[in-house]
Design a protein around this ligand. Structure first.
Ligand code: ADP
Ligand code: ZN
Ligand code: MG
Length: 488
């Protein structure tokens, strides 16, 4: 018997990303999600006899974008092929895809592995294809077909079997999602199926270089499920080998309710798709000029932005990671920074803290996206300015923040209306502190006798007397000074 740790998982992912084009891949029907079933269709996407598909140039542009962002070679001439199979939601009887001549090859993405180390995961290929329709099985005993999705463009991103753990798979998928959303070519929503992932899993003894027999996991509609399903499958394969069995090549469906993967079809039942070049579509030609034009359209990518945040704003890497996860959040953070009066490490960190903690908390609680967040970044920036210039305390800022969410007013307006101005007048604070110390002689004695905790009591009393508006920093200074005077 071998330890589980004697084995090494080998994983390759196939990720489908639905492209955010307005119209479908080969006709002008709308790709809009959620429209009346079977309303976005035409003879082309229904595969009527005699129609001719025309390739949407946007699809190629998006594929090239992804190829460049993942350091792929962009192939000058790629070919669409027909992948033949029968399924009720595929009225044409074949899916247009790319087979042996895909548009992008040989790239990589870098994933993060704790402790600052990074690892390259190879990308074998990226190809363009069309989506199939949807079968809706859960209506009584009927199956309904919605073909609106037929012909909606996808890219499929196929990784090398370079992934070595369920966690690495999670990180890889996360990276892919970040890239497609930064490029604005896919909304990255796994739950709604705009990003789909199939995982190919095998195990082998550490030190071996050959690949074991793989199984393919499907139907994982969240990042966590991908990680869990792979973990389950790795353990299953190891246990099987340890019992003297062998892994059978098959496709498995992840059942998230039961936490198990159930066989869908074995190799013997596998489809023979009888691929052949689509005679209705000409080869896709991409020249240098087009590639260069797309290059100029590329935004700053997530990894670059994260590194720039650390370098320029001196925020911790953890903060930079969180803030750069999504482009709209990163834009928000930089919007806050743009409206800071004083730009230094302290104010950058405040901008980071408020965005990471308070903004993200509200987004989570309200289940909204950054785009729907009620406070504009400039207002959050002005609020930080008020903290820095001493107008409001950190505690008052929390109140201003909540009020900005409710009323969408500027922080200045709220501070004015609610009289939330902090008292920083040293003379006024000295007066209050003086009378509090005079009224609590006993406590002063015990403080001077070494009971440090009493200091907090004095701070509390002073704040209470000043209705919470005293500048805490000045209260502390004055208290220390006055108590020192008692000592003399
Ligand atoms: P198939 O012919 O079954 O489609 P491919 O060679 O095209 O297999 O690879 C599909 C995916 O499976 C790729 O992401 C690849 O990295 C991965 N893969 C291939 N062989 C293995 C293996 N033995 N173990 C794990 N993943 C694998
Ligand atoms: Zn159509
Ligand atoms: Mg394959």
């Amino acid at each position: 018997m071998l330890e589980k740790s004697a084995y090494e998982p080998v994983i390759g992912l196939e990720v489908h990303a639905q492209l955010l084009t307005k119209s479908k891949a080969f006709c002008s029907c709308s790709t809009n999600f959620g429209d009346e079933p079977n309303s976005n269709v035409c003879p082309v996407c229904l595969g009527m006899p005699g129609v001719l598909p025309v390739l949407n140039a946007r699809v190629v542009e998006f594929a090239i974008k992804m190829g460049i962002a993942t350091a792929c070679s962009i192939v000058p001439r790629s070919v669409f092929a027909r992948k033949n199979y029968f399924y009720p939601d595929l009225p044409k009887g074949y899916q247009v895809s790319q087979y042996d001549e895909p548009i992008c090859t040989n790239g990589f993405v870098e994933i993060e592995l704790g402790g600052g180390s990074r690892k390259k995961i190879g990308i074998t290929r990226i190809h363009m294809e069309e989506d199939a329709g949807k079968s809706i099985h859960d209506v009584e005993s009927d199956t309904l077909i919605d073909v609106n999705r037929c012909g909606v463009p996808l890219i499929e991103i196929v990784s090398e079997p370079d992934i070595r753990s369920p966690h690495e798979a999670y990180q890889y998928l996360h990276q892919i999602r970040q890239i497609v959303t930064y490029l604005e070519i896919c909304d990255g929503n796994m739950e709604e199926g705009s990003l789909r992932c199939d995982a190919n899993v095998s195990v082998r003894l550490k030190g071996e270089s050959g690949l074991g027999t793989k199984t393919e996991l499907k139907n994982m509609n969240s990042f966590r499920f991908v990680e869990k399903a792979i973990e389950y499958e790795v353990n299953r394969q190891i246990a099987l080998l340890e019992e003297g069995g062998r892994v059978v090549q098959e496709t498995l469906l992840w059942d998230s309710e039961r936490g198990i993967a159930v066989p869908m079809r074995s190799k013997e039942e596998a489809h023979d798709y009888r691929y052949f070049p689509d005679p209705d579509l000409v080869p896709v030609l991409v020249n240098e000029e087009w590639i260069n034009k797309v290059k100029t359209m590329l935004p700053e990518l997530p990894a670059q932005r994260r590194d720039r945040f650390v370098e320029t704003y001196k925020i911790p890497k953890y903060d930079a990671d969180v803030l750069s996860t999504e482009k709209p959040l990163a834009d928000f953070f930089e919007g806050v920074i743009a409206s800071l009066d004083t730009k230094n490490e302290e104010t950058y960190k405040l901008a980071s803290n408020w965005t990471m903690t308070d903004v993200l908390r509200v987004l989570k609680e309200e289940k909204i996206t950054v785009g729907d967040f009620p406070i504009p970044p400039a207002h959050l920036g002005s609020m930080i300015n008020l903290i820095i210039d001493g107008t409001i305390s950190g505690k008052m800022a929390k109140e201003v923040f909540e009020e900005m969410i409710k009323t969408k007013e500027s922080p200045d307006a709220i501070v004015g209306r609610k009289g939330l101005v902090q008292v920083s007048d040293v003379g006024a604070i000295e007066q209050v502190v003086g009378s509090i110390l005079a009224a609590n002689k006993g406590q002063v004695e015990s403080y001077l006798g070494g009971k440090q905790q009493v200091f907090g009591f004095f701070v509390g009393e002073t704040m209470k007397a000043m209705k919470g508006k005293a500048n805490p920093k000045i209260v502390n200074e004055v208290l220390k000074r006055k108590l020192q005077e008692y000592r003399l």
